[in-house]
Ligand binder design. Sequence first.
Ligand SMILES: Nc1nc2c(ncn2[C@@H]2O[C@H](COP(=O)(O)OP(=O)(O)O)[C@@H](O)[C@H]2O)c(=O)[nH]1
Ligand SMILES: [Mg+2]
Length: 637
Amino acid sequence: MANYIMGTAGHIDHGKSSLIRALTGIETDRLPEEKARGMSIDLGFAHMTLPSGHLLGIVDVPGHERFLRNMLTGVGGIDIAMLVVDAVEGIKPQTVEHTDILNLLAIKGGLVALNKIDLIERKDFAEKKESIETFLCGTFLDGAPVNGISAVTGEGREELISAIDSLLATIPPRDSHGEYRLPIDRVFIKQGFGTIVAGSLLSGSIRKGDRVALMPQGIECKVRAIQVYNRDASSASAGQRVALNLSGLDRREIRRGNEICTPDIFTPTKQYDGKINLLQNSPHPLRNNMPVRIYLGTGEYLGKMKILEGLEIAPGDDGYVQVLLEESCVCKRGDRFIVRNSSALYTIGGGVVLDPCPERHRKGKDQVMKILRKRDSGDLEEVVMSHFLSEKDALYSSVDLVKRLQISDSTLFSVLDSLVKKGILISRPVKGVFFHRAAFEEAKSLLSSTFEKMEKAFPSKAGWKKDEIMKASAMDKSRLMEIVIETLIDEKLLIVKGGGILARTGYRPVLEGRLEELRGKILNMLRDNEFSPEFRTDMIKKLSIDDQSFKMVEDYMIEADGLCRITHEFLMLRSSVEHAKELISRHFESQKTINPSQTRDILKTSRKYIIPLLEYFDNIHFTRRVGDVRIPYNSAG
Ligand SMILES: Nc1nc2c(ncn2[C@@H]2O[C@H](COP(=O)(O)OP(=O)(O)O)[C@@H](O)[C@H]2O)c(=O)[nH]1
Ligand SMILES: [Mg+2]
């Protein structure tokens, strides 16, 4: 047994409300004004259990064109539609308009009740039926059953009910798992209970006690009680008409058009991307930035449509638009909407939401169009992928994606999981991020070509800082590039040298002729005076070279020869440093401490070298300073 909701449609006085009464025994015209005028103004609600056991909720809509906005509020959540046509009058303006609207809303199925057959000759029935069938060609009701019925005599009632049942056998029930959404079509205060909201539950289930979000206001509140078809219930599921008693909410905070939904998924939005279809009989084309009225969920919004390709969309055509609303709404990819002119006199067209929270687009951007086409035609995997393809540095956490796509964690994770299994996406669980394998590979090869370029340009350099290399690859601040670098370090394809310098494994800096010669001279100068070498500035003077060349050789030697930089001026060969350490260690064998003058005596050098050298030894944790003397770094005291 499943739950479905059926909406009525059709011209005023063709017998929609009478037919609901005949089917269910429920009077849907409940307002005093409706009773007095004998016509439906607002939505009416009824329900029945079908012979199959399915529970059918019915939304009765007004047929009068003045109340079309109420009709639009009601039909957003229906599964099937019953078009009611007066057998005497036949097709009338709202028969056409309602059918157009249901068609634009992509209602899954429906049937026709050819009503008031008590008023026509039996022999005329076939002809009436045929003219309706012709009218329905090319619409969502193409080929739908047309059942003759009289709401007054009850003739054809059983046949109509079983036609509804067989139709439902072909309609998959709504998903009662995952996130729930209840677009509100009624709000009222019930004495002794407080605020009640009602609507058709589009998806998911709501339980008593749940904390729910009122959107787009973003207010959280608690479900105190639930009614399904006027009976108290502990939970409600998709495809049911539901009333919720909410605690902690003021009636004045809620309007028709607001939505009760799973917290933390939906983001209020004033712009969304969509594809719009113009009605063949729209009185004019849709022009760029034309003010319009938009009907989305149970809400009505003023706004305009930015046409993303071309200047206008002609009647009968379709196109991609960015819809800009004056107020916030919540929506999700796949939601349908209807567009009427700004004074709501006629319907222009309708469409489908493709991206609920896009950036502002400029016109004629190929990339935007490409992505919208993907979001239009693709399944959820392709839609998720379209986000990864939309930016060069597309790296998303699952939280980012839930916000962008407005789907539940579990739905998203199953898609991400499958994309990772297929090898299309890569995940880094520690960081909680996902990215496109192709983008990763591209960044990887960009990185290695950048290293290659740098190695060629500066062959004497030991390596490059992360920032330097990212800048050189024109991917500075790229989170993806950071991940590429980390990965290559993990894979030992990159090594981190002293000072956080990066180089490719196997890379050896080289010095070309003149600099190699210079290196030999510097080595000799440093060797000649182990513990009292020439200062850097003096070497540069003696060798009569420029600072730049010296620096290149110096950097190279630090890397390749283990040259030690005691201070900027004071350079020492590693072998000399080791020798000095050895002599001092020997001193420590007989003495607990060493002072600067003892050091000077041992190393036979002058004071200007001793202090920096001892500080260097402190820094590398060979010695430790205690007052004016040094002790071995690891000794107690
Ligand atoms: N003779 C006859 N009259 C009907 C039938 N169904 C509805 N009516 C009458 O048609 C009028 C409009 O019906 P109503 O249900 O309000 O139409 P709605 O505007 O489509 O909801 C009322 O006076 C009904 O009594 C029918 O099957 N036979
Ligand atoms: Mg009515």
